[in-house]
Design a protein around this ligand. Structure first.
Ligand code: CMP
Length: 493
């Protein structure tokens, strides 16, 4: 027998014993003509009959618990009835049992009692009005279910928490920082509550940023959309991020980046990842966020436009060129070309001939290579500051992959002739490229090295990098020194 049913045995036993006792007493009194017995027999009658009512009430409460609260309600809604509702119904059953005892066992009129208790209730009610308001708000929350246990809700004042408990008087919220907050139900019912729905439901987050009037809408879209799309959980959502203008302010234009996250609990880390990407993208495009200025008419010099100053600043920030002298960067700046790639269009196509290097200035590009069955598969994302095209540039081979813009992107193209003087002077740039090239090649060719130990993969990488460096030197006429690949001592056996 289930524990629930076992708990009905006690009240049923008391009910039978008390019922038998009261019937026996009544029969005995009737037989002896002593319907109006002495005090002792009257006490026995009251106890027996009172016990029948009370045991009956407890039995009904236990039955409701099994059949309704943990039965019908659990099956229909998926969760048992809240304590608040069960306590309330149990209270009503007990009050009714006591009223029945007064009316039928003690033979006293209940109407007088109800009238007296009405006054008492009014007095007590006035004294406890906030508690009563909490109680009824709690009942409303339980019945209406604007939110449920486990939901994340935001209450007035911006506090966000997970609903852990709904009781008689208050609702308990567990905040993201681990604090537990108890909000009286009365207060809660007056608040505007934002429900972030069930834990695994996609949810839209927003980041606002103010940028100067000299930054174009296209630039802002490239910067903000790529910041969001560069976060895998955001890119995996069916709804794409978008950008809105919130207001044209004194200090600049207030932009809003809106993006979807898988659920509320993941919102914090994803939001931070997007914010970091926004900062990185702003850094590479040279855009400064306007700070409050005393005279808003004084225009602030920014490197956001396509001026040579902006390009120079960008090239100086790219890690590939950060060992170059200012004059070398200036020299390179003279011969770069800007390419705007709209979302979905290719910057370079696989198997095409090419002899230039590209740098992502704003936006996000993906690298596509065909897999076994010929369908194109994205193997890498190239974010602001990244370079591509080094394979064809340095080896003379056709483009090894298609590079396509994920969101509108601004890329910079540097022709081979413009790079040649730098490469002949700066071995470090050539090495950085050949390392990236080897790493990328191996990444694309991973299947061939699947199961290889990390030491073997390292040798493969360095051998390939060394070979490529040799090929590049001859391709660029940099003086072939037939360098041996540098293999670390620990894998030299
Ligand atoms: P290239 O072959 O000239 O043209 C396509 C470019 O895609 C290639 O040079 C690399 O710069 C880039 N590329 C190829 N594979 C990867 C990868 N796995 N990660 C990053 N970039 C890559």
């Amino acid at each position: 027998m289930r524990i629930g049913w076992r708990r009905t045995i006690g009240p049923v036993a008391v009910l039978i014993v008390a019922w038998t006792a009261s019937v026996t007493w009544r029969d005995g009194a009737a037989a002896s003509g002593l319907s109006d017995g002495g005090l002792a027999s009257e006490v026995i009658r009251v106890i027996a009959e009172g016990s029948v009512w009370l045991a009956g009430a407890v039995f009904v409460m236990r039955l409701l618990n099994i059949l309704v609260w943990n039965g019908v309600i659990l099956r229909r809604t998926g969760s048992a009835a809240t304590r608040l509702l069960t306590d309330l119904v149990n209270g009503l059953i007990l009050v009714s049992a006591f009223a029945a005892i007064i009316a039928f066992v003690l033979d006293k009129p209940v109407t007088g009692l109800i009238a007296t208790s009405g006054v008492a209730v009014a007095v007590v009610g006035f004294a406890l009005k906030s508690m009563i308001s909490d109680l009824f708000s709690g009942i409303a929350i339980t019945l209406e279910r604007p939110f449920r246990m486990g939901d994340w809700i935001e209450i007035t004042g911006g506090t966000v928490g997970k609903v852990l408990n709904i009781s008689w008087r208050a609702t308990g919220l567990l905040l993201g920082n681990g604090n537990y907050v108890v909000v009286p139900n009365g207060r809660l019912s007056e608040m505007v509550i934002k429900v972030y729905d069930r834990p695994a439901t996609p949810w839209r987050d927003e980041i606002d940023i103010t940028l100067g009037y000299d930054v174009t809408a296209y630039q802002v879209e490239r910067i903000l959309l790529s910041a969001a799309m560069d976060v895998p959980q955001v890119a995996a959502q069916p709804k794409a991020p978008d950008v809105r203008i919130i207001e044209f302010g004194d200090n600049g234009v207030k932009w809003r980046l809106r993006f979807w996250v898988p659920d509320y609990p993941n919102q914090g880390p994803i939001r931070y990842a997007v914010q970091r990407n926004v900062l990185r993208n702003l850094h590479f495009s040279g855009i400064e966020t306007p700070v409050a200025r005393i005279d808003a008419r004084v225009s602030h010099p920014t490197a956001a436009n396509l001026s040579s100053r902006g390009t120079e600043a960008f090239l100086g920030r790219v890690s590939l060129f950060n060992m170059l002298e200012a004059e070398e960067v200036a020299e390179l700046t003279q011969s770069v070309a800007f390419r705007l790639a709209l979302a979905g269009t290719a910057v370079v196509r696989r198997n095409e001939a090419g002899a230039s290097l590209f740098l992502v200035k704003e936006g996000l590009c993906e690298v596509l290579i065909p897999d076994g069955d010929g369908t194109e598969r994205s193997v890498a994302h190239l974010k602001p500051g990244a370079f591509f095209g080094e394979m064809s540039l340095l080896t003379g081979a056709p483009r090894s992959a298609t590079v396509r813009a994920v969101v509108d992107s601004m890329v910079i193209e540097i022709a081979k002739e413009a790079l040649q003087p730098i490469l002949s002077r700066r071995e470090a740039v050539v090495e950085a490229m050949s390392n990236a090239l080897a790493e990328r090649q191996l990444h694309n060719d991973r299947a061939a090295f699947e199961g290889a130990s990390s030491a073997e993969a390292k040798i493969a990488h360095q051998t390939l990098a060394g070979q490529l460096l040799g090929r590049m030197r001859s391709f660029f006429g940099l003086g072939v020194t037939a360098e041996k690949p540098r293999i670390p001592a620990e894998i030299h056996h």
